[in-house]
Design a protein around this ligand. Structure first.
Ligand SMILES: Cc1ncc(COP(=O)(O)O)c(C=O)c1O
Length: 450
């Protein structure tokens, strides 16, 4: 398959179930799929050629209706484990005591904000809370625009930053049918597998500069450069960690702010640091976070430099009915207690290392694994049809995802060509789970690439 052929897949959901193949499935699954379509409409997608019906989760495992166990190497939201007892007890107790919004004095939100802010550099002084990552990015961009008086946003080519009108407008990975804002410019992702640049930071900064120049010529200026420092939807690029500093420099020199989208890479995921941007030695103007923040309870937010929040906060009020409510704060506090108390950052580094080393060893025996990359417990395995031309092989990646699912190990795929296996287990993943994963992966490779 050539790049041109795979490019046609842009916009199609990675690892999305195709309803045209429903006839091959068990009657119970078929019925459930038909019911979903009838009740939920056409916009929802399922994973896997044979979708999984989950009824229960515990730790790193999911269970289906027949009681089969699945090793979950995909769900980063429940980062301290499915149904974590400490988080669940905190949520239940708080729900039984009080659940209300941020217009009353409550210690919970202040205690959590204090602990959370303690994980950032001193320059970042305020925390504000939302329910989703999309809302967090929405708020961050409203603030960035207000602070700079500019409109333009620069993102990477296949970025995903949310599902609201504003954030989907700067989420090119939504595909060709999802409209981008006219104030949005894209730069290529720092694809370390293909880009041959002696200095990747200078390479990226040059491209960001060119887009800022274009925004200026059109009178829009630069409000923000927004990046997920693991470039998750671009295909998982974790290195060179010196790459973001020169980019942030050109953005600030042009009057823009740097928004670090930590929805994927925050809360110890990368192993070496609490926040993904910290690997790059930069301090953002606004940090957005979400997904793992409440271990499944919908809690998200931003952390911001006071000077960026000042005018916005003075001239406008912020209220979010559920964001920062008493229970959300209890969930977030308990989740952070587990991450810090159980030293899950170190676990992410250690077990992520075992997994990456194992995958690298497997790759040495399979030339169609073009690249193994990532940081901590966020890994990408790039499938190619020819290691010389590095031609993306989305068919092989998809076959592997489905073969792993058949072997009851859950992963997915990512990147513009959907040819990068996305491996992103809970932070409590142990070496025994990594071993189990690698055994299944080798067997799946033998089946698929045979
Ligand atoms: C990097 C990134 N930013 C923002 C979001 C949006 O978060 P949410 O789905 O909670 O709105 C996502 C969700 O996948 C994401 O991956």
């Amino acid at each position: 398959m050539t790049i041109a052929q795979t490019r046609g897949k842009r916009g199609k959901m990675v690892n999305g179930f195709d309803p045209a193949t429903a006839a091959d499935l068990a009657p119970r699954t078929r019925d459930a799929i038909e019911r979903r379509a009838r009740l939920l409409g056409p916009a929802y997608r399922l994973f896997y050629a044979d979708p999984v019906e989950v009824v229960r989760g515990r730790g790193v495992f999911l269970y289906d209706a027949q009681g089969n166990e699945y090793l979950d190497a995909y769900n980063n939201v429940v980062s301290v484990g499915h149904c974590n007892p400490h988080v669940n007890a905190a949520v239940a107790a708080q729900m039984d005591t009080l659940c209300t919004h941020t217009r009353y004095i409550q210690d919970g939100i202040l205690d959590f904000a204090e602990t959370l802010l303690g994980t950032f550099e001193d320059d970042i002084g305020h925390a504000m809370f939302t329910c989703t990552g999309s809302e967090a990015n929405d708020l961050a961009l409203r603030m960035a625009k207000y602070h700079t008086g500019a409109e333009g946003i620069v993102v990477t080519a296949e970025a995903y930053h949310g599902n609201s009108e504003l954030t989907s407008g700067f989420s090119p990975s939504m595909g060709e049918n999802s409209r981008l804002g006219t104030w949005v410019r894209r730069v290529p992702a720092p694809d370390t597998y293909r880009v041959d640049a002696a200095d990747l930071g200078a390479w990226l900064a040059e491209r960001v500069s060119a887009q800022i120049h274009d925004l200026r010529r059109r009178g829009q200026g630069i409000a923000a450069f927004v990046a997920d420092s693991l470039f998750s939807s671009d295909g998982v690029f974790a290195h060179d960690p010196a790459m973001l500093a020169p980019v942030v420099e050109v953005v600030r020199a042009a009057g823009g702010v740097f928004v670090a989208d930590e929805v994927q890479c925050g809360f110890a995921r990368t192993g070496s640091h609490m926040w993904g941007y910290q690997r790059h030695g930069v301090v953002p103007d606004i940090v957005t976070m979400g997904k793992p923040m409440g271990n499944g309870y919908p809690v998200a937010g931003i952390a911001v430099r006071p000077e960026i929040a000042a005018a916005f906060g003075h001239d406008m009020r912020y209220f979010n009915t559920f964001g920062g409510n008493t229970v959300a704060m209890a969930a977030a506090r308990a989740t952070l207690e587990v991450i810090q108390g159980e030293n899950l950052q170190a676990n992410s580094a250690r077990v992520g290392g075992v997994l990456k080393d194992g995958l690298t060893a497997v790759a040495a025996r399979h030339e169609r694994i073009g690249d193994v990359r990532g940081a901590g417990l966020y890994l990408g395995v790039e499938m190619v049809s020819d290691p010389e031309t590095k031609t993306p092989d989305s068919a092989a990646a998809l076959a592997l995802v489905n073969e792993m699912r058949r072997r009851r190990v859950l992963i997915s795929a990512t990147g513009p060509y959907a040819n990068v296996l996305k491996i992103r287990p809970q932070l409590i993943f142990g070496e025994d789970h990594a071993d189990r994963f690698l055994t299944a992966f080798e067997a799946a490779l033998d089946t698929v690439l045979r």
